[in-house]
Structure formats: structure tokens, C-alpha cells
Design a protein around this ligand. Structure first.
Ligand code: ZN
Length: 254
């Protein structure tokens, strides 16, 4: 109890402390919690030499992809949602729940491992009937399941006519690289060619790049390798001498 109370105090003070400690750093705005001030650098876990600069919001912990998804929800799903419609959030991000619940009358969550979700589901073979949902949101999942085509087919299958799938991944290669086995819990690295696979399953695919949004939200993945900017990413998402843009696909069923 006392620990939880202390944690809450720490959490509420963290943004103020961070602003005071790093007041000379570039200032940003978080579209999720409304924080204004510098963002934190974030270490990329699998490689100790790589850091994403100005990545994490000290207010709510949101990273570039969360902030990008919040803006996509505002622009793409706000006109689509209604109290009569339903949404399936796969591998749900807690910081987006409030925004999604405000738009759709029914919001279900699903994951194969994450605790606290409504349904324990494998995205390659979901248990829902055809045309169960009006919207599916899925982010940073498709590197993991062995059968990529089955994942896309299933996301399309559970959507109703007029439905939308919001799919956010790191499209770090020109072409998707299949490992043929699991390496560090992943089956592949995803390329921008995955957009072609979406087009085979969906009537229309919108490509939303983070460059469309104001820089104050800091949606650029500013990759530093040993302190030097890395920019060897596919041309569609590359930001020269900086890193890469977030890409979210809005896949429509007509
Ligand atoms: Zn925030």
C-alpha cells in the first residue's frame, strides 16, 4: 500500500523533475497525456550500442509509435467509430484504451500471452466468426507468428464490410526477411513490401507516414548507433541522417 502510494507520488512528480533537469533540451508535446517538455532517450534492448533519442514521454511512458497511433486514431478512426460499432485491439497498448473506448461501443482485447485481455487468441487462427468487428488495431505483432499470410487473412476475415484494420509495424527493410525459425522471439524482419500483401487482402490500403504530423509530437525514430545517427532504412520511411518515420497502414474493407 505504502509502496503504491510512493510510486504514485513519484509518477506525478516525474514530468516536473524531468522538465527542470533537462530544460535546455528540445521541447515536445505528448498527444496522449498532454505533457510539454523534453522526451527521454530509450535504449533499444537487443543492441546496447543503439539508442532512440527523444523517444519516451516522461508523463505517460508513450513512445513514438504510441503517439503516432493516437494521431491516427484521431484522424482515421474518429470519423469511423460509433456506439453501435465494435473494435478488436490485438496486443493492446494500455495508453490507447481510453481513446479507443471513447469511439467504439464495444472494445475487446486479445493476445496469446498478455495477461488481462478479454480473449486468449492466436492471430494466425482466431476463434471469432467471420465479420465480427468493425475495426482491428494491431501494432508490433507481425514479426512474431510463423505464418504471416495467415495473420493478414485472419485480420481481414474478422472484419465487417466497411471495416478498417490499423496495422503498425517497423518496416525496417525494403523486402521482408523470413528467418525460417524463431530468433529472439521473432520469425522475420518486416519490409515495406508487406504493404503489397495487405493490398492482396483488402480493398484499399492507406499509407500513413509520421512525416504528415507536426514535429512537436516527435514521431521520428532518431536512431543513434554509438552516438552517430543511423539512416540505413528503406527509402519510404528513411529520414536522412536521423533514422526512420513511423508507418501505419489503414486497410479498408469495402
Ligand atoms: Zn505522454
Amino acid at each position: 500500500m505504502r509502496y503504491a502510494f510512493t510510486e504514485r507520488i513519484k509518477q506525478s512528480l516525474r514530468p516536473t523533475l524531468y522538465r527542470a533537469l533537462y530544460r535546455n533540451r528540445e521541447q515536445f508535446e505528448c498527444p496522449i497525456c498532454g505533457y510539454h517538455g523534453p522526451f527521454k532517450d530509450k535504449r533499444v534492448s537487443h543492441d546496447p550500442d543503439i539508442v532512440r533519442a527523444d523517444s519516451k514521454c516522461p508523463g505517460c511512458g508513450a513512445a513514438e509509435r504510441h503517439r503516432m497511433l493516437r494521431l491516427v486514431i484521431r484522424d482515421v478512426l474518429q470519423p469511423h467509430g460509433s456506439p453501435q460499432k465494435s473494435l478488436l485491439h490485438i496486443a493492446p497498448e494500455l495508453c490507447l484504451r481510453e481513446w479507443l473506448s471513447a469511439l467504439y461501443g464495444t472494445c475487446h482485447t486479445a493476445d496469446l500471452f498478455q495477461p488481462g485481455v478479454d480473449f486468449r487468441e492466436d492471430v494466425q487462427a482466431m476463434s471469432f466468426p467471420d465479420a465480427s468487428y468493425d475495426c482491428v488495431v494491431i501494432s508490433r505483432v507481425l514479426t512474431i507468428p510463423p505464418d504471416l499470410n495467415a495473420c493478414i487473412r485472419e485480420i481481414r476475415r474478422v472484419l465487417k464490410p466497411g471495416g478498417i484494420a490499423i496495422i503498425a509495424e517497423i518496416y525496417s527493410h525494403e523486402k521482408t526477411v523470413e528467418f525460417g525459425r524463431m530468433i529472439e522471439s521473432r520469425s522475420r524482419e518486416i519490409g515495406v513490401d508487406l504493404l503489397d500483401l495487405y493490398k492482396q487482402h483488402f480493398s484499399r490500403v492507406e499509407t500513413l507516414l509520421s512525416g504528415r504530423y507536426d514535429g512537436r509530437y516527435q514521431l521520428a525514430n532518431r536512431i543513434l548507433r554509438n552516438g552517430v545517427p543511423a539512416d540505413n532504412f528503406p527509402s519510404l520511411i528513411r529520414i536522412p541522417e536521423t533514422g526512420f518515420m513511423e508507418l501505419v497502414a489503414a486497410c479498408h474493407v469495402e
